[in-house]
Design a protein around this ligand. Sequence first.
Ligand SMILES: Cc1cc2nc3c(=O)[nH]c(=O)nc-3n(C[C@H](O)[C@H](O)[C@H](O)COP(=O)(O)OP(=O)(O)OC[C@H]3O[C@@H](n4cnc5c(N)ncnc54)[C@H](O)[C@@H]3O)c2cc1C
Length: 478
Amino acid sequence: MTRYVIVGAGPAGMNAVETIRGLDQDGTITLISDESAYSRMALPYFLTGEIPRQQLATGSEATFDKLGVETRFGAKVSAIDPSKKSVALDDGGEVTFDKLLLATGSSPLRPAIPGVDGANVHTLWTVEDAEAVLGAAGDGKPTVVLVGAGFIGLIVLNAMHKRGWDLTLVEREARILPRMVDRRGSDAAEAWLRERGVKVYTGCSVTEISGDARKSLRLSDEQVLEADLVIVSTGIKTNLEFLAGSGVELAADGGVLVDAHCESSVSGVYAAGDIAAGPGAAGGQAIHAIQPTAVDHGRVAGSNMAGSEVTYDGSLAMNILDVAGLHMASFGSWADDADTTEVWAPARPVYRKLVWSGTRIVGAIMIGPVEDTTMLTDVGMVKGLVQAQTDLGESWKKYLHEKPWDLRRPYVASGTATTLLKRSVVGGAARPRSYTHEGRKPPNTRSPYHADMAGTRPEGFEDLPRTPTPGIYKKGEA
Ligand SMILES: Cc1cc2nc3c(=O)[nH]c(=O)nc-3n(C[C@H](O)[C@H](O)[C@H](O)COP(=O)(O)OP(=O)(O)OC[C@H]3O[C@@H](n4cnc5c(N)ncnc54)[C@H](O)[C@@H]3O)c2cc1C
């Protein structure tokens, strides 16, 4: 009987637990995490008030009982000893394992700014952080300065914008979202935010934060900003201090180095999610600190730990973001400029950039207002083309240069959907999650754009000839 120990109850750890249990009903599973099992990705919906705190949870006592998992929530791993096959807990306890998964994620970095640890200065990474921010805001509409305009900073900004709070964004680099989109994308997002009343300061850093109930932020150009609340989103670090002296090899730029089985340099010790530098879809090793990679890693590691060998294709760099109604997405090698197809309509604004390597699309940026139907459906198709590494050939490349709006034709003709439908991370479909809060399902209330997006049909629609969609057949058809 195998003893599985999983450290970290985020999406990487939880997906590993569920995958292991699906394959091995006899082994013991111990899940150790200093927090309970919940989804950080859902925090913005809690912040806006769209969901209650309980709905952040990804498991309950009953779920873990059903899965036969012993939980050690509130316990922190302080060291691991692969030779003794044991993990040490900070309360002095010890847990032994046959297979160990490290899924401890990452934590926000606080920059070394005087006053950064003062009152009303928050990061937004945990449920406690979100509760503290909501508590400080009370029923009012606080003035907030957000320090750091990366992916997470903008996710938080979007939630606060929905609440109608007064927002100011400060970014040390010359443009916002510098690691997600190129200059044109940044400029489009910045202009969009300014039009909606968000103040944006780029190319200057915060040098000092002072004050108590009312905060003052001094900028590197000597300007001073006032705020009720300060939110710091200036990067993350992987949680791997407890690995010191363990012999587990780390990647040069941090993260636990894992192979395509998500196994580390120490046999029987696996790593998944934000903590893992795993194979990248474009080759090499990479930390992709995003939910989809955590889920994939967790499933791949879980399978291999339970003896069902699975080789991971590699994670794709991707970010998808709603910036106060402007949808932004980037995939793969979006920064390359050597061979591109571009559309830029600043008035909407709409921006799409396809980055080519020969006749394959290896990266893309897609930006447009939420109500732009083409944008919404094309985001999925362009992601598919990058992920499948489809060779479109010269004629489709030429076609896309001439008609960059018509991704659907090359997508369908190249069989990309079929390629992707056949792919599966662990050789089988994901099982239904055994837990949802109060059995809730996603709301299906229609947005004001629903009629534009899905409700319109041309006259005589039912009589029009159909274009076959790969993988989707009507009953009775081949
Ligand atoms: C506000 C916010 C919004 C986000 N939105 C998106 C999004 O829209 N799309 C997207 O792709 N990604 C998003 N992310 C990122 C995504 O949530 C992370 O990539 C994901 O949670 C990583 O999963 P993980 O399982 O590796 O780590 P985590 O979810 O961080 O879980 C790790 C767990 O391990 C615990 N732990 C750490 N050290 C120890 C230790 N020594 N002992 C015991 N336990 C330990 C931690 O407390 C934590 O509970 C968002 C993140 C935040 C904060």
